[in-house]
Design a protein around this ligand. Structure first.
Ligand SMILES: [Mg+2]
Length: 150
């Protein structure tokens, strides 16, 4: 099972000037990491747009070392995913799966941007952008993990 992980609106609420005004980045990461520790077969690929601006090493920093060891990489940069009719983010995810010979692997995307998904919407666990990874999203993600065989 592969988890494609977005940051903004997932690991912290997204709001106008959230970061500049003292919002706490990655406030929900401990909750996600706790869930991931229950499902050691789940690997992680970063799909957040943060990958466009930060070095890979910097992207890894917020994660605990045991979870960091389960991160396989990040999706291709915009423009390098599968073209339309796929939406940008799902196209990047599908491109990653192709590149890594993993098109048959079960996967789930944890994201707040539903408009980034169309053909693959059934793989999406949605967060509310202004709330982030709450109990509801956590329960849904858990159900997806439980449904996937190791
Ligand atoms: Mg987002």
């Amino acid at each position: 099972m592969i988890l494609f992980l977005d940051f903004d609106g997932v690991l912290h609420p997204e709001g106008e000037d959230h970061i500049l005004n003292g919002g706490v980045d990655f406030c929900f990461l401990p909750r996600l990491e706790a869930l991931l520790r229950e499902f050691p077969h789940v690997k992680i690929v970063i799909s957040s747009s943060w990958r466009e601006h930060l070095r890979y090493k910097t992207l890894m920093k917020p994660f605990s070392s045991d979870i960091r060891a389960r991160i396989l990489g990040m999706t291709p940069y915009p423009g390098c995913g599968l073209p339309p009719p796929y939406r940008p983010r799902e196209g990047e995810i599908l491109a990653w799966l192709q590149l890594h010979d993993a098109v048959d692997k079960p996967w789930v995307a944890l994201d707040d941007a539903h408009w980034q998904f169309d053909h693959c919407r059934d793989h999406l666990v949605m967060c509310n952008s202004f709330v982030g990874f709450d109990d509801k999203a956590s329960a849904e993600l858990r159900a997806r993990f439980e449904g996937a065989s190791p």
